[in-house]
Design a protein around this ligand. Structure first.
Ligand SMILES: C[S@@+](CC[C@H](N)C(=O)[O-])C[C@H]1O[C@@H](n2cnc3c(N)ncnc32)[C@H](O)[C@@H]1O
Length: 194
């Protein structure tokens, strides 16, 4: 089942809506992260830059065949070899990732879906006990040029509440990701014991 309001505009327009390097810097996405999983590669806007920063493999999937094909083609063109990208419906098939196996799980522009808690539970399951879940979403307090309808668009405090229900703890303040997004890093409770 395709998540509600998860269609994409033209790629060239979509990619003007983010400062990808700033977002990844503020989310502390770097070589300290080894294996990472991303839900919904879309055009690969974040997939390739994340893969180029981490020290392991980026696993990513999308329900849309054209998004998967585009991301695979782009990775090959740019000779980024640490990406595994496959077509997958995460709602009917799950992530297909072993529990406790990933350093981070990325949920970018996706938690306005019908069952956000289910995605956060799956994210919490696949990251290892010292792993992170990184979320970004559209701001809700200004007239953004895109983004899901305001009645289904989650506020940061809503995402924090869902994440707590999934057994995750807040690992960052709400991060400003201009021009149109905010982000939050979460971690599994085992981090607190370190
Ligand atoms: C709004 S886009 C975000 C893409 C990317 N994360 C980004 O921020 O650029 C949401 C993506 O999720 C994909 N998607 C929707 N439902 C899905 C499902 N059930 N399983 C996997 N991917 C899905 C869509 O095809 C779309 O590419």
């Amino acid at each position: 089942m395709k998540l509600r309001e998860s269609g994409m505009p033209e790629e060239s327009y979509w990619e003007t809506l983010f400062d990808v390097e700033l977002i990844l810097d503020r989310l502390e996405t770097d070589g300290r992260l080894r294996d990472v999983v991303e839900l919904g590669c879309g055009y690969g806007t974040f997939t390739l830059p994340v893969a180029q920063r981490i020290s392991g493999t980026l696993r990513t999937f999308d329900i849309a065949a054209d998004m998967v094909e585009r991301t695979v083609r782009q990775a090959a063109a740019e000779k980024v070899e640490n990406i595994v990208c496959e077509q997958r419906d995460v709602f009917s098939q799950g992530f297909g990732i072993a529990p406790d196996s990933q350093d981070a799980c990325l949920l970018f522009n996706i938690l306005h879906c019908e069952e956000p808690l289910r995605l956060l539970n799956e994210a919490a399951r696949v990251v290892h006990p010292t792993g992170f879940v990184h979320v970004i979403h559209w701001r809700y307090d200004l007239a953004t040029p895109r983004g899901p309808s305001m009645d289904i668009r989650p506020r940061p405090e809503q995402i924090v509440e869902w994440a707590k229900q999934a057994g995750l703890l807040v690992a960052s303040p709400v991060l400003d990701l201009p021009p149109w997004h905010y982000g939050i890093r979460f971690h599994r409770p085992a981090m607190s014991a370190r």
